[in-house]
Design a protein around this ligand. Structure first.
Ligand code: SAM
Length: 321
């Protein structure tokens, strides 16, 4: 979506140019740049709201809430998933990893502020720098769609899990969900930027042109970092090919995504000071209510493929005696 700021200011023009042909370099540049503002941009917090969200999402796919002794997160970003799962008592000790050094730094800083027992490393999910049989749990949130070779990453997950250990990857886009989310996001961006330009009374709802231009340039790079969307059945097959057992993919968010993507795009297209606390509460409560309807009504009657998010869980086979 055309909603994001430009790549980080330390990237040279040559690096940015090279990044268009190299998704991993693009991921590093893009997410390094985003690291400092990521929590604010995605309304990530480390309080009850996000703890409940992370634990509920984990439980919906894993079917349990642990506790797990030692967990690894791949593509941790600022630590949203693992740190909130630790605060929700699902995980006791954590290791965070990400391809972006900037993200690992912020995740470790967040963990330190929260007083959590966490170490971290810069790491590519396709080559995890930990020994075989190390973790009881491996988690990821919104990361699989950035990894060029998802099956290779899943093989690595199997390697570093202890026998019988579990993985949970949540929050990646489905093929169909991504289609309508992008279309709605693009339409909202176009409408907001053009209406606020065309109607003089709304001109001060338009972000400065240079910021809008930056967002458009970043959107081009974002197209390079977003590599996949998933069919839930195919994702299950990928996990099984990597050696996992007890594999299960679940989906969620339909009306919540149809509401959420235009709202998030609108928020990114207008000056931040225009939308206050009541707007944030309205957006969050409406999203919450729609998620409830999705889970309790639509999930019972519609195929899983039409929902926006897909999550997948599975296990490393237990050791035979
Ligand atoms: C959309 S962000 C999600 C961050 C965080 N998990 C969250 O939910 O807020 C995706 C993250 O995956 C990281 N990433 C991308 N490709 C990766 C790879 N091959 N290995 C490890 N991390 C990767 C990015 O740097 C970024 O921090």
């Amino acid at each position: 979506m055309a909603t994001d700021p430009a790549p980080h200011p330390h990237a040279s023009a040559e690096e940015v140019e090279a990044a268009y042909k190299d998704p991993k370099l693009a991921n590093v540049l893009y997410h390094d740049w985003e690291a400092g503002t990521y929590d604010e941009k995605w309304s990530i917090s480390y309080d009850d709201r996000c703890i409940t969200y992370a634990v509920d999402r984990f439980k919906a796919v894993a079917g349990d809430t642990g506790p797990y002794e030692h967990a690894l997160e791949l593509g941790c970003g600022t630590g949203f998933f693992l740190l909130n799962l630790m605060q929700g008592d699902v995980i006791k000790k954590g290791s965070v990893t990400d391809l972006s050094p900037g993200m690992v730094e912020v995740a470790l800083r967040n963990a330190q502020h929260l007083g959590l027992d966490v170490d971290g490393r810069v790491a590519d999910a396709e080559r995890i720098p930990y020994d075989d049989n190390t973790f009881d749990l491996v988690v990821g949130h919104a990361v699989l769609h950035h990894i060029p070779d998802v099956e290779a990453a899943m093989r690595e997950v199997q390697r570093v899990l202890k026998p019988g250990g579990k993985f949970v990857f949540a929050g990646d886009p489905t093929n169909i969900g991504n289609f309508y989310a992008r279309k709605l996001g693009q339409a909202t961006w176009w409408l907001t930027t053009n209406v606020t330009k065309a109607i003089p009374a709304l001109n001060d709802w338009r972000r400065p042109q240079e910021e809008l231009d930056e967002s458009s340039r970043a959107a081009a790079l974002e197209a390079v970092v977003d590599l996949h969307t998933f069919d839930p059945g195919d994702l299950e097959k990928t996990a099984r090919r990597a050696g996992a057992v007890e594999v299960r993919a679940v989906t969620d968010e339909l009306t919540a995504a149809l509401f959420g993507w235009p709202v998030r795009t609108f928020e990114a297209a207008v000056p931040r000071e225009k939308l206050g606390f009541s707007w944030a509460m309205f957006a969050y409560r409406t999203w919450q209510n729609l998620s409830w309807v999705d889970q309790n009504v639509f999930a019972k009657v519609l195929p899983r493929e039409v929902f926006y998010n897909v999550s997948v869980t599975g296990k490393k086979p237990a050791k035979r005696d």
